[in-house]
Design a protein around this ligand. Structure first.
Ligand SMILES: NC(=O)c1ccc[n+]([C@@H]2O[C@H](COP(=O)([O-])OP(=O)(O)OC[C@H]3O[C@@H](n4cnc5c(N)ncnc54)[C@H](OP(=O)(O)O)[C@@H]3O)[C@@H](O)[C@H]2O)c1
Length: 248
């Protein structure tokens, strides 16, 4: 997304903990005539997020859009987890990290009538087997952003991108397993429902540009809230089967 937006003329500030990865993306953007900079940031630290905003304003004069993308997942039935401490890490990154970023950027976003875009999951709007801590953290994020959307009365816009399984990222590799360690190379397979990263980023950018409040990728995920009320048992069975097929 950063490369596509940057090459199209958006000034980009990239934030994550691993600076080298970000610098590589900056070079690509600059090579295509765009402007980008990288700021090493751990979003679980309030001061890192304040520094990120400070550096952005110094470089580019303000903030039009904050994309909340950093996240970490899990893959374990709750009963098999011996120590639930990693639920706190999941909460700190997916939820508190976003709170820190939004809190630091809000004054600038209000000045520009800017936009907050959350790269989230269908698991933010319903539970999902083997992802209890992740689903809970994304639910928290959902409630936080929806509340701000009401409170701020349009002075900042909000958009949620609710994703299903996406191919070509490291989310699964970085996810916590039942023993609290990263899954790593195991369980890398995706079933036929998984969406290509290119298609996903194109759809998110298009939704941002057309001013949508939400986008579901794939589109059939928009039915989830409805099915969770009117075909609850069927939906839950289908999700259990989907997770079990991925495990096998
Ligand atoms: N891939 C999917 O199937 C899928 C599905 C639904 C939703 N999503 C959501 O999409 C978003 C992006 O995930 P992804 O699939 O691209 O996973 P990913 O490849 O694991 O990327 C996660 C990113 O978050 C950064 N990050 C992690 N902890 C951080 C921290 N404390 N501070 C700053 N940055 C941090 C990582 O960089 P560093 O490690 O260098 O900090 C990395 O760039 C997540 O919010 C995820 O929940 C993904």
């Amino acid at each position: 997304m950063a490369k596509k937006l940057g090459s199209a003329g958006t000034n980009i500030v990239l934030a994550a903990r691993t600076l080298e990865k970000l610098e590589q993306i900056c070079e690509d953007i600059q090579g295509n005539g765009g402007s980008a900079c990288a700021v090493s940031t751990d979003i679980t630290k309030k001061d890192d997020c304040k520094n990120l905003v400070h550096r952005t304003v110094n470089n580019f004069g303000g903030i039009d859009m904050l994309i909340l993308n950093a996240g970490i997942s899990m893959w374990a039935p709750f009963e098999e987890i011996k120590d639930v401490s990693f639920f706190k890490d999941i909460m700190d990154i997916n939820y508190m990290g976003s709170v820190h970023c939004v809190h630091a950027a809000l004054p600038e976003l209000k000045k520009s009538t800017g936009k907050v875009v959350a790269i989230t999951t269908a698991q933010a709007i319903m539970g999902f087997p083997h992802h209890a801590g992740y689903s809970a953290a994304k639910h928290a994020l959902h409630g936080f952003l929806e509340t701000l959307d009401i409170e701020l009365e349009g002075s900042v816009e909000f958009m949620n991108a609710y994703l299903g399984w996406i191919k070509g990222t490291n989310l699964r590799r970085n996810a916590f397993s039942a023993d609290g360690e990263k899954i790593g190379g195991a369980h890398q397979s995706h079933n036929h429902h998984a969406i290509e990263l290119e298609r996903c980023t194109d759809s998110i950018i298009k939704a941002i540009q057309s001013g949508k409040k939400k986008i579901y990728i794939p589109g059939k995920l928009r039915l989830i809230s409805f099915l969770n009320v009117f075909a609850r048992k069927w939906l839950h069975k289908k999700m259990l089967n989907a997770v079990r097929n991925q495990n096998s």
